[in-house]
Design a protein around this ligand. Structure first.
Ligand code: KIV
Length: 260
């Protein structure tokens, strides 16, 4: 069983942490048990890459519980972080604690992740005080896509950069066990990584973070045109699926499948 202390020890040793998203049991097993990634993230990106939404905003708690449970079924030993979806933690502390508890109890997550700095730090503190590990998320916040003017780079001016550093320190002080930092300039991400004692996992934020996370669909070639520019595609699974399905269809139509 991978534990939070293992992830934190990796930062202390200077080892790089690998996190990828998973939304179902089969992929969870491939990524964690077979390929040995350090942490699985059941991201609310499930809404965009699996459910066909334009943003993560329509994703519900029920969606997250269902997908987290599936990921746990496929990866019983993995450190699984479940995203708290839009409006599952912003309305009040009681609501936030109840929903974080649901992801742990019904989804069997190891930890939850929530987006935001500033006021989110108080929420993180309360959830952590109830025994639930929390990962913070700063920089590009997909749940605030309309407020941030689209899926675009954040912390691009000195004022926003100072705010980002302050927010990251506030989240660490609130008890977050790690932080995702999305789409900010590499030097700012590096500065945050050096300042914090907790692991900083980057996405589109340069090489100086303690680890990297990507949406698994992006590395597998399953995102089409939606792949963000910072992601790297390692294989074209989309093409393999298309080719296999064309062969199957041809065999059915010609009578070559099944055998008599
Ligand atoms: O939902 C998600 O997949 C995420 C990652 C992009 C960090 O939050």
């Amino acid at each position: 069983m991978t534990r939070i202390s293992d992830i934190q020890a990796k930062k202390a040793r200077g080892g790089k942490i690998v996190m990828l998203t998973a939304y179902d049991a089969w992929m969870a097993r491939l990524l964690a048990a077979d390929a040995g990634v350090d942490m699985l993230l059941v991201g609310d990106s499930v809404g965009m890459v699996e459910l066909g939404y334009e943003t993560t905003l329509p994703v519900t708690m029920s969606d997250m519980v269902r997908h987290t449970r599936a990921v746990r079924a496929g990866a019983p030993e993995a450190l699984i972080v479940a995203d708290m979806p839009f409006l599952s933690h912003q309305i009040g502390i009681t609501q936030a604690m109840r929903n974080a508890g649901r992801l742990m109890q019904q989804g069997a997550a190891s930890a939850v992740k929530l987006e935001g700095g500033g006021p989110a730090a108080a929420t993180v503190e309360r959830i952590v005080s109830s025994g639930i590990p929390v990962m913070g998320h700063l920089g590009l916040l997909p749940q605030s896509v309309h407020q941030q003017g689209g899926f675009r780079r954040q912390a691009t001016n000195p004022e926003a950069q100072l705010q980002l550093v302050a927010d990251s320190v506030a989240l660490e002080n609130a008890g977050a066990f790690a932080l995702v930092i999305e789409c900010v300039p590499a030097d700012v991400a590096g500065e945050v990584t050096r300042r914090l004692h907790i692991p900083v996992i980057g996405i589109g934020s340069g090489p100086d973070c303690d680890g990297q996370v990507l949406v698994t669909h992006d590395i597998l070639g399953l995102s089409g045109d939606a792949k963000p520019p910072f992601a790297r595609q390692y294989v074209d699974v989309g093409r393999a699926i298309r080719d296999a399905v064309k062969c199957f269809s041809a065999d059915v139509r010609s009578g070559a499948f099944p055998h008599a």
